[in-house]
Design a protein around this ligand. Sequence first.
Ligand SMILES: [Zn+2]
Length: 283
Amino acid sequence: MKIQHLRNATTLITFGKHCLLVDPMFSDPGAIPGFKLFGGGRRANPLVPLPEETDSSLTHVTDVLITHEHPDHIDIPAIKWIKDHGIPVWASSIDTPNLCKKLPNVQEVRDGAFGARIEIIPAQHGRGMLGWFMGPVSGFYLAHPDEPSLYITSDAVLTDDLLSSVDRLHPDIIIAPAGAANIGAGSDILFSVEELVTLIKSTSGEVILNHLEAIDHCPTTRDELNQRMDAEGLGARVHIPKDGEQMHFDRPATSPYTPPEEKASASRLPGFQKWLTAKFAMT
Ligand SMILES: [Zn+2]
């Protein structure tokens, strides 16, 4: 499996015959309003351009996977690019109805897609009212028979449910957001650094951290994180890629997919998120 980190959450995952483009944000620097709503430090996003090699890397894309419809995960230039290239888009049932209004070929992710065992793992993008305000997010576990298993947590805070999914699934690779994002009021809306340490210690697999130095409301830097991971003795299995960096993972002797005993409820309501997304990203 080859994983290329492009910027923020935008990632290319090459496995089997597929090259999945996850959560594309293609906007030029400064094209999206800042996300830091209170307390100063608001700047237009993204803060940095896409890496130079983006165009050549994108020529391999076979499918797009969207974890949720926030503007740092799908934006107007990405929608145009997907349409221009006729690439199929995959998302959970939370996001497919709205994505269908903007894109011609949208499909609901289901177990067996891409020749892989797939499980959607609901993520909580904040706590309390803030979590409700941010709306539902879908993490994805993906286990292709020839590849290491992968868990994309997407935008999440640490919960018991998330930790028990890691404990059950034993993913070989986890991709998690590390910016410790906050909107300037209330608690963090992504894993804090402390929560990341707990998450990483809960797995024996490798962990790739993203959401770094690309968006105004993510204050954590790569240097800080590298130092902390080294101090915790976790540096050897934590990847903090630069934009454009490629990582290669061989298939280890993994544990087989273990489905949940009870199917998670599918009745997660989109709430305020759709309105907010339309306001920020899609107008
Ligand atoms: Zn995000």
